[in-house]
Design a protein around this ligand. Structure first.
Ligand SMILES: [Mn+2]
Length: 284
């Protein structure tokens, strides 16, 4: 799991407020669902299980998250300071350990960079915890889409089996609908651009990102800017001096070099790119 990085403050703040996402201000959560989300967070943080909650209650959280995310654009904004999380991949105990070390929303903001499911054993718990936070604090929690939030991937790498084993395949299908509505890219305080994978040669300026549509089919996930935001990687070692090169490791998308990153930051007038997608073994 990539360790979260805490961005406290930023050097340049735009006078124009672009952080306001109207649908999130308008979203009203019914009191009974608010209560359910709070009870689930309590159970998940303290006991790390969802046992005792019915399938109907789990579906209720998923359905409400779907409705909240539907109006969200593919490119969103968030103010600093924000705590950014990389790949969680079903490693629920690690996520809880990090959350316990920091202030949770509404005392802080959380930005997740995708790949919640597959590999680890507790993807359902991770997703439901994130959805509960999102429902209770929609402006303080943003959940981007990773390349594993695609049925083609999570059918094969563990999530489907986890759903089938625990609550049934209908649960797996319900999650796919939410994945299709997750944004792909988030600009933090106008200075830091974040995504799961990386940048794209097809991003010609901020307007490319404003025009971006959320991919809803395999074909839409597998092309253009959407594919690159979820799949590309920075080049390492000797390759880092090259600009754009085919990403042989993934057999999809691109790898980009150091100069390309600098050019991209100049083009978009940002300070840095924060991304996930490459798991690292860290001993905390
Ligand atoms: Mn990934």
């Amino acid at each position: 799991m990539n360790l979260a990085s805490n961005l406290s403050g930023s050097t340049a703040i735009s006078s124009v407020s672009i952080h306001h996402l109207p649908h999130e201000s308008k979203f009203v959560l019914k009191p009974n669902i608010r209560g359910l989300a709070k009870r689930m967070i309590y159970r998940l943080i303290n006991y790390q299980i969802l046992d005792g909650f019915s399938d109907a209650e789990v579906y209720c959280i998923i359905d409400n998250t779907l409705e909240l995310l539907k109006p969200a654009p593919a490119f969103i904004h968030m103010p600093a300071p924000v705590i950014i999380f990389g790949d969680t991949h079903g490693q629920f105990a690690d996520l809880i350990r990090i959350i316990k070390r920091v202030d949770a929303p509404p005392k802080s903001r959380f930005l997740f960079l995708g790949d919640y499911c597959d590999r680890g054993r507790k993807s359902i718990e991770i997703l439901i915890l994130l959805f509960c936070y999102k429902l209770l604090y929609p402006k303080d929690v943003q959940i981007l889409r990773g390349n594993h939030e695609c049925s083609k991937m999570n059918r094969l790498y563990g999530f489907y089996e986890e759903c089938r084993r625990t609550r049934g395949t209908q649960l797996w299908r319900k999650f796919q609908a939410v994945f299709n509505e997750m944004p792909l890219c988030c600009l933090v305080e106008n200075r830091i651009i974040t995504m799961h994978g990386g940048i794209s040669p097809d991003i010609k300026g901020m307007e490319t990102l404003y025009k971006l549509k959320k991919p809803k089919t395999h074909a839409e996930c597998d092309t253009g800017v959407a594919l690159d935001l979820m799949w590309s990687d920075p080049a390492a070692g000797a390759d880092s001096c090259c600009s754009w090169q085919f990403n042989k490791m993934r057999n999809a998308s691109w790898m980009f070099g150091t100069e390309t990153v600098k050019e991209f930051c100049r083009l978009l007038n940002i300070d840095m790119i924060v991304r996930a997608h490459e798991m690292e073994i860290v001993h905390l």
